[in-house]
Design a protein around this ligand. Structure first.
Ligand SMILES: [Zn+2]
Length: 282
């Protein structure tokens, strides 16, 4: 199965703070090899009349709902930003969409852990947000991710640009790569929902193989590979660009981080309680 690369958090001139038109955003990402792009303006659902689709790009209609920022994807209307967060999530799910908690560690603890714990139905959280990486707080949220995973929450980790300005130098810095049979919205959604994808800030995976008792990851650009378990504990640290982890049986979950000098790839966790053998891509 092929890999498809995409950015799921993008602002345009349809947001009060976006600098690129929807068309410029589509063209920019397609020219740099992206296969899919979600347009997620603040409290404004992207409208297909606003762009002409570049060949080979799948555009997902989305919105970023204000409040505790919530990215809604594959939606036709955005929830009222004054609603409680769970009602916003429910409205997105009810119209057949899916959602992601944006930049949990942006200033003032944007998504407190308690809120992530008490909310249900979101697909994942942004473990890296490029736009926030130069703002107050942190663009990373690996701490909250591991805390949720340690509670057996099936919450995936995503990286995004949260693009506001194509000239900012913060674009093309966070993305996801999904393993799907075809570049179609149903196939992509299935891959995202099943966790058949990884998040990246610059490192590409060549393969990820999950067997009964082993995880094997190959990332040619990586210098070091970490396997992480419950509570963010480093289970194993391997120098080089490929590694095999042998399951001990008491890890609860295992995820891999493939680090280069300045960037990384993050695989989705495998929970011992629902282990799925598979190979990405096949
Ligand atoms: Zn945003």
């Amino acid at each position: 199965m092929p890999w498809f690369k995409g950015n799921l958090h993008t602002h345009t001139t349809r947001s009060n703070d976006g600098k690129a038109t929807p068309q410029e955003a589509c063209d920019w990402y397609r020219k740099r090899g992206y296969d899919f792009l979600a347009l997620t303006d603040h409290d404004h659902v992207a409208d297909e009349k606003d762009w002409q689709l570049p060949d080979g790009l799948l555009v997902i209609r989305g919105v970023e709902v204000s409040g505790n920022h919530l990215v809604g994807l594959d939606v036709t209307r955005g929830p009222d930003k004054r609603l409680p967060i769970q009602e916003k999530i429910d409205q997105i799910l009810q119209q057949g969409g899916f959602c992601i908690a944006a930049h949990p560690n942006w200033q003032f603890d944007h998504w407190p852990l308690q809120l992530l714990e008490s909310s249900n139905g979101y697909l994942g959280i942004e473990i890296y947000n490029s736009h926030v990486s130069v703002l107050k707080g942190s663009g990373y949220a690996l701490d909250k991710w591991d805390q949720l995973l340690s509670q057996e929450r099936r919450v995936w980790g995503l990286a995004s640009d949260d693009m506001h300005n194509l000239e900012s130098g913060l674009v093309g810095c966070g993305w996801v790569v999904a393993s799907a049979p075809n570049l179609s919205l149903p196939d992509l959604r299935r891959a995202l929902e099943q966790g058949d994808f990884y998040a990246s800030t610059g490192i590409a995976l060549e393969s990820l193989e999950i067997r009964a008792e082993q995880i094997k990851v190959v990332a040619p650009m990586a210098e070091e590979i970490l396997f992480i378990g419950r509570g963010g504990e480093i289970l194993e640290r391997v120098q080089g660009n490929s590694a095999v982890y042998s399951v001990r049986g008491n890890e609860q979950y295992i995820r891999a981080e493939c680090h280069g000098s300045n960037s990384a790839a993050y695989t989705q966790p495998e929970f011992l309680s629902s282990w799925r053998q598979r190979k990405l891509p096949v």
